[in-house]
Every structure is written in C-alpha cells, then in structure tokens.
Design a protein around this ligand. Structure first.
Ligand code: ACM
Length: 459
C-alpha cells in the first residue's frame, strides 16, 4: 500500500552510483540489480519488493514500471556515493485514472522550461494529467496558424501589467512530448464563452462589450488593475465581464478553427472548453453556445470537458466530462450541475476550491495568493475531504479523478509556484492515487519527509 511506502524499515539494499530511477527515468531492467517483469493487472499498477538480494518490480504496463520508480525515488536515501533503499513489499494501484494539475498560463505566462520541470515534479507524485489553461481575459498563449491575430494582438501582457508570452506550436509539441515521456496526458483548455477579453482584442467582431458589475468595482477597489475596456489589454483580476457573441455564425467558425487546430496538436483524448463564470452571457445563449462548442470538440475527435457550470445545459453531448470547482460542501446548486454530467453518461473531475485550489493562501500572512475559497487553505484542510463524499450522487464510479489547480493572478515566477503548491500538492496527489480512509496523521508524517525539488531555479 502506498501509505506504508514511506515508513522506515531496515536499510538493506545498497545501490552504487546514480540509481536508475533517480531523476525521472523508469528503472531499467538489469541495471543495479533491478528485476522488472510484467503481470496482468489494473492499468498503472505495480508490485515492488526490496530485500537483501535486490529490487524486484512487477508491473501491468510501462506506466506501472515508471510509478514503481517514483516510489523507489521516495524511498531511497543518500549513502556516501550511492543510495540505500529500505526493505519493503508494496502492491500499489491508483484509485482514479485522472490525477491532474491545472496550470494557468494565461494570467501569467510560464516558459517551456518551467512547464517541463513542473511535469517532472508532478509525475514524481504520480500525477498523470497536465491541464493547461491557455486563454483568459489577460492573454492568449498558443499560436494558432488559423487565427494568427490571437497571439499577435493578445499575448504581450499579463496580470499585474507584467510581460506576457505565448507558445509556438513547436513549444506546445515539446511540452506534450515531455509529458508523454512521463506518462502524462496534456489537456488543453480554451476558455469560452466568458474569460475571452483577449479574443476581443484580436477578433473584436465576435466579442461583446465588457459587461460591468458591482463585482468588478469590488475587485478594482481591492486589487487595482482598472476597469476592463474594449480594445485595451486587461491586466486586473476581475472575472465574468467578457463574452463571445453567441448569435453569430462567425463565432462558431472561430471555435471550429481553434478547436480543430488544438485537437490536431494534442494526442490526448480530451479538450477543455471552459464554460465557467460566463456572467456576461445570457443563460439561454450560454446553453446554446456550450452545447454547440462541445459538439465541435467531438467533431474534432476529442471528448469535451467543461467546468461544472455547463452541467445543466440541456443539449450538452452525452459523455461530456465535468470539472467541479465548488467547495467540499457544495453551495449554490453546484452539486446539481456536477450531477448533470453523470446523468448524461459523463464523469466528473473533482477540484474542490477550498481544498486543492493551490493559489489560495496557505495562511493569512502569505503575501501571494487569494482567499475567496473560504479564506486561507491550510495543509490540513487541503487533505480533509474524500472525493466520493463531495457531491451527493457523484459516487466513486462517476468520478474520473482529482485535479489540483494553480491559478496565477498573483503568481509571477516559478519560485512563486513552488511557494504555493508545496506541500499542499501532496494532498491532491494522495486523494487522486491512494485508497480512501488513510489517517490524516499518517499522511502528515509522510509528507514531511518528501523532498520537493524547487522549480525556482529553472526560469
Ligand atoms: C474557476 O475557478 N473559475 C474554474
């Protein structure tokens, strides 16, 4: 069991030099006395046996061998020129298929080197999905051959007035290839029909004027950033003011182009089309738009994913995956929206904001981060929930997985990411991988011993 994996045992196996599972390579059969075999079993599962005669791994697939290596990396400690590994026997398999992390590269942009270094650290914790939030009011971050004005006109700036940036198609391929080498799937998100002020800078004809509200005034009063204005880049923190024109065929031509190109660049099965906080879009228009956009995703050969707001959209295609970002105890009908996906044969990804939105301050004194998800989120709170108990009617089999989120309004550098995600990321990883019912004290004892390799030096 994973929860036994980090308990101290007699140190019996010594490995000279650089152990093959350090870094991120999968253990190589034969090297350093590691025996690797295959057994029929659940995807990604493995058995690991360490005793005085050496290390034996048996796994169902390549991912299982890789995860056995991740466990070895957690167990091994430095011993002179080599490593020692405790004697141990583990049978391990993930609870959920989707073990994700969302990085918002729209509010602040992060270069390829940061993203690939992050992928390594996420996969150390057996996460297997990188969800890239590629567009928002503050910027469009992926060059599109079909719609070049997006990055020409809407990528130069970021939140807080910082410099922006964007990925070329080759950059994106580099990220995807690196993720694939770590058994990780990239899920790209283009957020629509709200969170689209950047689109309005490039293609103003398909965008509505900003819809102002008391919320915008409150955000401007609290954080500055100014009021969103047509034809000007937006660098503040407000949400819910932008909308695509849902009544124009040209808008669906845009969606078809962008979704088609993104699908062609993305080997994974999913494409996320956002759908959250579309407060500037009339609800009936929202429903029509999201149902049609989701069909365009299916036409492009992918499974649509949306945030939970679309769960009550009447014509949402069967099998659409929903991502729940409400609290551990649902409020304001968010649970009903999440159940909507299940009623239509889809499954749900759980990202409870008051637990694993890692951009929330860990404590009130932290200068970075936000607090809207019920105040600061301590490490204890990030662990204090169970996926199958969040939304009544969304049971174990209805849950595709668990995903932590890193929104980046206040997060400007790789060191800022480090500062906010660690160690609460381990809570999300354990909720996604380990069986339910692990004692919190057991988790806290183990998490204190995991070494986080900082991203800070990367960029
Ligand atoms: C979200 O936090 N608006 C998905």
């Amino acid at each position: 069991m994973t929860n036994a994996a980090l308990l101290p045992r007699p140190l019996v196996t010594r490995v000279a030099g650089t152990a093959p599972w350090r870094g991120v390579a999968a253990p190589e059969p034969g090297a350093h006395g590691v025996i690797v075999t295959r057994h029929p079993g659940a995807a990604e599962s493995y058995r690991l046996r360490v005793d005085e005669s050496g290390i034996e791994i048996s796994a169902a697939d390549d991912a299982g061998v890789f995860y056995a290596g991740r466990t070895l990396a957690q167990l091994a400690t430095r011993d002179g020129e080599g490593w020692v590994v405790p004697a141990i026997e583990i049978e391990d398999a993930p609870r959920f298929r989707h073990r994700g992390f969302m990085l918002d590269v729209a509010r602040h942009f992060f270069p390829v080197e940061v993203v690939t270094a992050l992928i390594d650290r996420l996969s150390d914790l057996k996460l297997n999905v990188l969800h890239l939030h590629l567009s928002d009011d503050q910027g469009w971050r992926l060059a599109m051959a079909t719609r070049p004005l997006l990055t020409e006109r809407a990528s130069a700036t970021a939140a807080l007035g910082d410099a922006g940036g964007f990925y070329t198609a080759d950059d994106y391929r580099t990220i995807v290839a690196h993720a694939t080498s770590r058994h990780m799937t990239v899920v790209p998100e283009i957020d629509m029909p709200g969170h689209t002020h950047a689109v309005s800078l490039a293609y103003p004809d398909i965008a509505c004027d900003p819809v102002l509200s008391p919320h915008i005034d409150e955000v401007v009063a609290a954080y500055g950033g100014g009021v969103p204005t047509r034809d000007e880049p937006y660098t503040g923190f407000a949400v819910g003011f932008s909308s695509l024109r849902t009544d124009l065929e040209e808008t669906y031509d845009f969606v078809r182009d962008v979704v088609g190109e993104l699908a062609a660049l993305t080997p994974g099965p999913y494409l996320h089309l956002g759908g959250d906080e579309a407060l500037g879009t009339d609800r009936a228009d929202f429903d029509r738009f999201v149902a049609r956009a989701a069909r365009l995703v299916i036409d492009a050969g992918k499974i649509p994913v949306t945030w939970h707001e679309a769960g009550t959209t009447p014509d949402l295609p069967e099998g659409t995956v929903g991502q729940y970002w409400g609290f551990r105890t649902p409020i304001e009908g968010m649970d009903e929206k999440a159940r909507g996906f299940v009623r239509r044969g889809g499954r749900v990804i759980l990202s409870p904001a008051d637990a694993i939105y890692l951009d929330m301050k860990p404590d009130a004194d932290e200068p970075l981060g936000l607090t809207w998800a019920d105040g600061p989120t301590s490490l204890e709170r990030s662990y204090d929930w169970d996926p199958a108990e969040v939304v009544p009617g969304v049971a174990e089999a209805d849950i595709l997985g668990v995903e932590a989120a890193m929104w980046t309004e206040t997060v400007r550098t790789a060191a800022d990411i480090d500062r906010l995600i660690w160690p609460r990321l381990a809570s999300a990883a354990e909720k996604a991988w380990s069986p339910r019912g692990i004692d919190a004290a057991d988790f806290h004892g183990r998490v204190a011993r995991i070494a986080w390799r900082p991203l800070g030096g990367v960029s």
